[in-house]
Design a protein around this ligand. Structure first.
Ligand code: ATP
Ligand code: MG
Length: 291
């Protein structure tokens, strides 16, 4: 009897998902999978299984991944120094070599093969492979008006979105490493949040889900802020409550909304089935970025 009740509960849950499936049917969902949330292999496997599920119920998920912790580990091992300015990595030639190996090869291939293992079709893209992200060099202006040279750190100049859409319509889940290709074939390291936001803009995504290793944007007491707008973001950046890797996340979120992406959410990848919770329930689980 107990098992029977359990089965009915499961059937009820599936049936309750119908309105959400209808809402997002044929819609583009961009999922930025942060390196910080990739540590646990079981969670990783579960998350990619859920992404395959989204595809099979008629949505168009697309993954843009990070890989920060893995890159740092490799840099430390090779005794290569590295630093961040305003949450963006300074990419020297040596750092770029590691970025290409870790992001462009290891992490990208791992995600592709996990999707395949879960019965989905995936296609990996990175830098020269597919030339999905066109890029140029980034300069950052500091408070006294000077510019920081971030080396091979780039920003998105364009996205081959029609090419991506073609793959998606053929039943594939694109898996994109945030490595862009610049003039004369130079490759650039791009912050994965901004790559994901640009892809979401160009594909007119309904949702951009930024998966990270914290519950969302936290206030100075460590409490979750469930909804945050531009003014609030600027205040918290000024007070340094929002710092490091959270800065590009919130900034890109606002930019994506201004460019027509419907919803932006920052969620915790350590919550099992976080993507399903975000898409198939009314109550969001992390921070919703609003204009
Ligand atoms: N106000 C804040 N609320 C939440 N996290 C914050 C805040 N300010 C800074 N952070 C930091 O931002 C981090 C998330 O950004 P981070 O770039 O490290 O990870 P990611 O973007 O998920 O991964 P990757 O960079 O590899 O793609 C958190 O782990 C936290 O340390
Ligand atoms: Mg980051």
């Amino acid at each position: 009897m107990k098992t029977f009740e359990k089965l009915i509960r499961r059937a009820k849950f599936i049936s309750e998902a119908l309105p959400y499936i209808m809402k997002f049917y044929d819609k583009v969902i961009v999922i930025k999978y942060g390196g910080a949330a990739m540590i646990d292999p079981e969670l990783k496997q579960r998350l990619l299984n859920d992404v395959v599920l989204l595809k099979f119920v008629g949505m168009h998920p697309i993954i843009v991944h990070g890989g920060g912790p893995e890159i740092n580990k490799r840099l430390k091992k090779r005794k290569i120094e590295y630093k961040f300015i305003h949450g963006l990595r300074v990419t020297t030639r040596q750092v770029m070599e590691v970025v290409e190996k870790v992001l462009g090869k290891k992490v990208n291939q791992e995600i592709v093969s996990l999707i395949k293992k879960n019965g989905g079709r995936a296609k990996g893209f990175s830098g020269k492979k597919g030339k999905v992200i066109k890029a140029h060099k980034t300069w950052i202006k500091n408070s006294n008006g000077n510019y920081h040279d971030l080396g091979f750190t780039g920003q998105v100049a364009g996205i081959r979105y029609r090419f991506l859409m073609k793959w998606m319509k053929k039943g594939y889940i694109p898996v994109i490493a945030p490595i862009g290709i610049g003039p004369r074939g130079k490759t650039y390291n791009i912050n994965a949040d901004s790559a994901a936001a640009s892809i979401a803009e160009h594909l007119k995504a309904d949702k951009l889900i930024l998966i990270t290793d914290v519950r969302g944007v936290l206030d100075k007491d460590g409490e979750l802020i469930s909804e945050i707008d531009t003014d609030h973001i600027n205040r918290l950046i000024k007070k340094k409550t929002i710092s490091g890797g959270m800065i590009p996340k919130v900034k890109c979120g606002i930019h994506a909304l201004q460019k027509g992406v419907d919803q932006v959410h920052i969620v915790n990848g350590q919550i099992p089935h976080v993507v399903l919770l975000e898409l198939f329930t009314d109550t969001g689980v992390g921070t919703m970025v609003v204009r």
